[in-house]
Design a protein around this ligand. Structure first.
Ligand code: PLP
Length: 491
C-alpha cells in the first residue's frame, strides 16, 4: 500500500521546516487579510458579529470535535442532548414546531425548506404546484435554490420604496394559483426595512394555496422581538454563522438549519445511515452528516445559552439601533436609499453611492475604505452601485464613529473632486488602495503620501497595509490566473 509517486511537490509544502518558520509563514498570510481583528466588517446581509472565544473553545474539545457523524448513538448521548435543546430553542425563537439541523448553509436550508414544501404539496395530491414567487430584491441563492428544487421561478416586482409590490404579488399569485407552490421572502427585506405589508403578503400566498418560505438571513433584526411563525411564514432557515455567532467569511463550516410549522414537520430531511432523524414521511437526506456540520453547533448553543432570552432581545435592539445611528450620522453626506414609514431602517442600511457619480464610483469608496483600515460594506447587493452597511450589535459607539468618520472623510475627498480641487482621475480614490510599496516608491501624484496612507489622525495608530493595489476585477473574472508553478516546472 505504500505510495511510491511524489506528492506535495509544490515549494510551499517544502519551504518551512521549523515551527518558527511555519508560524511566520502563517502569520504572514494572516496579515494580508483585513479581518475582524483589525476593525468592524460592516458587510450588509452577512451579520459579521462577535465570535466569542468562550463560544468557540468547545469546538476544540475532542468530545465534540473528534466524534464521527455515524458514531453509535449510545456513545453520543451528550451531543444528542445538545441537538434536542438547540432544536427546541431555534423553534421557540422562530415560532415554529420543529427544526432540522441538517442543512450546512443558508442556501442549503432554502433548498431543504423548498423540498419540504414540495413534499407537502405532493402528499396532498398537488403534484402540479411548482411555481415559486420571488421578489426582485431577493438574494441570488433564492432563485438558485428554487431551480435546484425543480421549481419554476416567477419574479415579483418591488415598488419605489423597495417594498414588495403587493398588487403585483396579488396578480402573480392569482395568475399561477393552480400551480403556486411557494413564495420566498426575506424579512426584514434585503433593502434593510421592516416590510409593513408582510402579514398581508403571507396571507395572499396562503389564499392561493402556496406556502411561505422565509429567508432567515436577517433574523438578527427579529430574534426576541418577533417571529417568522407568528408573521405567517411556514418555514424559515437560520444562518447560524450569521445570527448565531459561528465565524464565517473564510469559507469554513456554517450551519443553515430550517424550522417549520407543524404541518411540515413530517417531511423534514431524514438520513439513510442514521435512524430517527427527520420526519415520518422524509424523502431522504440533504447532507452527508445527519446533523450537518455538527461540530460547530456548540458555538450557537453557547451563544443562546449565555445570552438568555433578554440578552438575545437586547442584541437585536442594539443591532437595529446601531444601523439607525450610522444612517443618522451619515445623513447629509450619503443618502439612505430605503427607509420604512417611520423614517427608520432595520438592522442594516443601503447607502446610495450612485449619487457620487460621475466623480466617484462605488468601487472607489469600497477600495478607499481599506486605506482607512476598514473592510468595505457589501457592494452592489441588492442594489447595483450602492453599499449596504450592517454594523451588528457587537460594535461599540467608538468603532461606529470611526467608521462614520472614514465614510465622511471619503465624502469630503469626493467633494474635492466635484469642486475641481482634486484631479478627476489622478486622485486618492481612483488609486485606492495604497500599498506600502506604492507609498515608498517614486511619487508623482497630485496628492500627498500622507493623504494616501494616513488620511485621518487615528489611522496612524492602527494602520493596515493593503497587500495589493487596485486590481482589474473584470479581467480577473474573465481570465484564469493560476498561482501554481508554471507548467514547465512539471515537465
Ligand atoms: C447569506 C444569505 C443567504 C445564503 O446563506 P449562505 O449561508 O451563505 O448559503 C441567503 N439569503 C440572504 C438574504 C443572505 O444574506
Amino acid at each position: 500500500m505504500a505510495r511510491t509517486s511524489k506528492y506535495l511537490t509544490h515549494p510551499v509544502f517544502n519551504s518551512y521546516h521549523s515551527e518558527t518558520e511555519m508560524l511566520r509563514y502563517m502569520t504572514r498570510l494572516q496579515s494580508r487579510d483585513l479581518s475582524l481583528t483589525h476593525s468592524m466588517i460592516p458587510l450588509g446581509s452577512c451579520t459579521m458579529k462577535l465570535n466569542a472565544t468562550t463560544e468557540m473553545i468547545p469546538v476544540t474539545w475532542p468530545e465534540f470535535g473528534h466524534l464521527h457523524p455515524f458514531a453509535p448513538r449510545n456513545q453520543v448521548a451528550g451531543y444528542a442532548e445538545l441537538f434536542r435543546r438547540l432544536e427546541a430553542w431555534l423553534a421557540e425563537i422562530t415560532g415554529f414546531a420543529a427544526t432540522s439541523l441538517q442543512p450546512n448553509a443558508g442556501s442549503q436550508g432554502e433548498y431543504s425548506g423548498l423540498l419540504t414544501i414540495r413534499a407537502y404539496h405532493h402528499a396532498r395530491g398537488d403534484d402540479q404546484r411548482n411555481v415559486c414567487l420571488i421578489p426582485s430584491s431577493a438574494h441570488g441563492t433564492n432563485p438558485a435554490s428554487a431551480a435546484l428544487a425543480g421549481m419554476e421561478v416567477v419574479v415579483v416586482a418591488c415598488d419605489a420604496h423597495g417594498n414588495i409590490d403587493v398588487a403585483d404579488l396579488r396578480l402573480k399569485a392569482a395568475q399561477h394559483a393552480d400551480k403556486l407552490a411557494a413564495l420566498m421572502v426575506t424579512y426584514p427585506s434585503t433593502h434593510g426595512v421592516f416590510e409593513a405589508a408582510i402579514t398581508e403578503i403571507c396571507a395572499i400566498v396562503h389564499e392561493h394555496g402556496g406556502q411561505v418560505y422565509m429567508d432567515g438571513a436577517n433574523m438578527n433584526a427579529q430574534v426576541g422581538l418577533c417571529r417568522p411563525g407568528d408573521i405567517g411564514a411556514d418555514v424559515c432557515h437560520l444562518n447560524l454563522h450569521k445570527t448565531f455567532s459561528i465565524p464565517h467569511g473564510g469559507g469554513g463550516p456554517g450551519m443553515g438549519p430550517i424550522c417549520v410549522a407543524a404541518h411540515l414537520a413530517r417531511f423534514l430531511p431524514g438520513h439513510v445511515v442514521v435512524d430517527g432523524v427527520g420526519g415520518a414521511e422524509e424523502e431522504g437526506a440533504v447532507s452527508a452528516g445527519p446533523w450537518g456540520s455538527s461540530s460547530v453547533l456548540p458555538i450557537s448553543y453557547a451563544y443562546i445559552a449565555m445570552m438568555g432570552p433578554d440578552g438575545l432581545a437586547d442584541a437585536t435592539k442594539f443591532a437595529i439601533l446601531n444601523a439607525n445611528y450610522i444612517a443618522a450620522r451619515l445623513a447629509g453626506h450619503y443618502e439612505v436609499l430605503y427607509v420604512g414609514a417611520s423614517g427608520r431602517v432595520a438592522h442594516e442600511c443601503i447607502l446610495d453611492t450612485r449619487t457620487l457619480k460621475p466623480f466617484a464610483e462605488v468601487e472607489d469608496v469600497a477600495k478607499r475604505l481599506m486605506d482607512y483600515g476598514f473592510h468595505a460594506p457589501t457592494m452592489s447587493f441588492p442594489v447595483p452601485g450602492t453599499l449596504m452597511v450592517e454594523p451588528t450589535e457587537s460594535e461599540s459607539k467608538e468603532e461606529l464613529d470611526r467608521f462614520c468618520d472614514a465614510m465622511i472623510a471619503i465624502r469630503e475627498e469626493v467633494r474635492a473632486i466635484e469642486r475641481g480641487e482634486s484631479d478627476a482621475q489622478n486622485n486618492a480614490l481612483k488609486h485606492a488602495p495604497h500599498t506600502a510599496a506604492v507609498i515608498a516608491g517614486a511619487w508623482d501624484r497630485p496628492y500627498s503620501r500622507e493623504q494616501a496612507a494616513y488620511p485621518l489622525p487615528w489611522v496612524k495608530e492602527r494602520k493596515f497595509w493593503p497587500y495589493a493595489s487596485r486590481i482589474d476585477n473584470v479581467y480577473g473574472d474573465r481570465n484564469l490566473v493560476c498561482a501554481c508553478l508554471p507548467v514547465e516546472a512539471y515537465a
